[in-house]
Design a protein around this ligand. Structure first.
Ligand code: NDP
Length: 294
């Protein structure tokens, strides 16, 4: 089965690397040097255009936003010019439901099945091939998608129709964002109050306030002051925006989500588009004059 993979970013590249070990793979990236470097390291061909990468049995996209995916559809070198009837199109972007539904409708006109299939588990999970994947689409499309997605996914769930994967992923990341902000505020306050951050975290992690942020992210990246750059703050902000839109569209009052979106948006404007998603904690430390280290 020939796969075309578009979007060799921080998470797309390690996902594509698993596919390269499974069978024929063609990759495309907007900055072409990323695709040629990938092809030099893995068993894959680099395509010059999205159209070329789309001439495959399965096409997978992993771009920043759904709008970026939609933007690749048209034009003489666009995806639609290369897609064949019967191709399966999986979008692993953390996208937005409305745009995914529009993309699905356009692809259906060409006899191409679509599923949104956003992933969770970070770049470590992508490298290990243990991502959680939330699939939105019909049952037949999910059945076709599962064996392909198993190349880089461990828990692969069919969560509803097209757009449902995007919606669930956005809410997941909104919960992550709320945790990052709250754990940062709480630990900086404790550090200023004279409680050693490592001890504070150990106690929280044996208590009811623990979370993935307190158990993994802060101990591995903040306490150690390593701050690896694996997931852009701009992308997390985008996800929280999708979750706030979802709550609004569903008529759900969502002040927590809205506040997280406002705070992340302010941090993004201050720190820039290449900042990492944990950098708001560093910003808080600078403003407060205390560090979570130990
Ligand atoms: P990066 O910022 O590292 O890479 C983004 C990718 O999208 C690059 O290949 C970039 O191309 C491409 N791209 C962006 N805009 C366009 C466009 N208009 N046209 C064509 N290509 C475009 O992002 P990640 O790899 O980290 O994330 C990709 C998706 O996965 C996002 O939706 C993100 O939210 C999600 N995600 C990321 C995780 C992570 O830990 N990093 C975890 C889970 C989900 P170029 O190289 O030319 O800039």
């Amino acid at each position: 089965m020939h796969v075309g993979f578009l979007g060799l970013g921080a998470i797309g590249a390690p996902m594509a690397a698993h596919l390269a070990r499974r069978g024929p793979l063609t990759v495309w990236n907007r900055a072409a040097e990323r695709a040629t470097a990938f092809a030099a390291r893995h068993a894959a061909a680099a395509a010059a255009t999205p159209r070329e990468a789309a001439a495959a049995d399965v096409v997978i996209t992993c771009l920043s936003t759904s709008a970026d995916v939609e933007g690749l559809l048209d034009g003489p070198d666009g995806l639609l010019a290369g897609l064949r009837t019967g191709t399966l199109f999986l979008d692993c972007t953390s996208g937005d439901p409305a745009t995914s539904r529009r993309i699905a409708a356009r692809l259906a006109e060409r006899g191409v099945a679509f599923a949104d299939a956003p992933v969770s588990g970070g770049t470590n999970g992508a490298e290990a091939g243990t991502l959680t994947i939330m699939v939105g689409g019909d049952a037949e499309t999910f059945a076709r998608a599962r064996p392909i997605l198993s190349a880089f996914g461990k828990r692969i769930e069919h969560v509803g129709p097209v757009g449902a994967g995007d919606a669930l992923k956005a809410v997941n990341n909104a919960l992550l964002a709320v945790n990052i902000l709250a754990v940062g505020e709480g630990l900086v306050a404790l550090a200023k109050a004279g409680v050693a951050p490592r001890l504070a975290l150990d106690v929280v992690n044996a208590s009811s306030g623990r979370s993935f942020v307190s158990e993994v992210l802060v101990p591995e990246r903040v306490l150690t002051r390593t701050w690896p750059r694996t997931f852009r703050l701009a992308l997390l902000d985008k996800d929280v925006g999708i979750a706030t839109d979802l709550a609004e569209q569903m008529g759900v009052d969502g002040p927590m989500l809205a506040l997280a979106h406002r705070l992340l948006g302010a941090a993004r404007r201050e720190l820039g588009e290449s900042a990492d998603y944990l950098d708001p904690i560093a910003l808080l430390e600078r403003r407060s004059g205390a560090e979570i280290r130990g």
